[in-house]
Design a binder for this molecule. Structure first.
Ligand code: ZN
Length: 135
């Protein structure tokens, strides 16, 4: 369980995403007109500006596009977690999302490394998406 982290604050554009996380599903908004996925969630399609949205579940795996090893904590909740890995992960639908890579030595990180999606529960019961190396 994650303790002390800031909790998600859903809004009109992100409520379906956070609802999906409660069910351990990573939902991505897609345009109903042209099918373009958009990330992060926003009010309209960046391709055709339609506001018609359908939410589709992403495959629970991806690959590391880039990463950093955080060694300096900037929030009290992470004082005991440094060093940790913050990464940009490319999901199968072509979007890139930010998450932590857990259960991984920073020295083992590599571009293109396959990772699996996991959900970690916070104190309030929210679920945050993160990743770990594929087994
Ligand atoms: Zn569109």
């Amino acid at each position: 369980m994650l303790n002390g982290l800031p909790e998600p604050i859903p809004d009109l554009d992100t409520q379906p995403f956070w609802d999906g996380c409660k069910e351990r599903r990573f939902l991505v908004p897609h345009c109903e007109v042209c099918d373009t996925p958009r990330w992060p969630p926003g009010p309209c399609c960046p391709n055709c500006q339609s506001q018609a949205t359908k939410w589709l579940e992403a495959e629970p795996r991806g690959s590391v596009y880039s990463w950093i090893v955080v060694t300096h904590s900037v929030h009290q909740a992470t004082h005991n977690q440094v060093p940790y890995i913050a990464a940009l992960v490319e999901l199968g639908s072509g979007i890139r999302v930010i998450g932590n890579i857990v259960e991984c030595d920073p020295a083992d990180m590599a571009a293109g490394m396959p990772v699996d999606l996991i959900f970690e529960q916070t104190e309030s019961g929210a679920f945050l998406p993160n990743f770990r190396p594929s087994t």
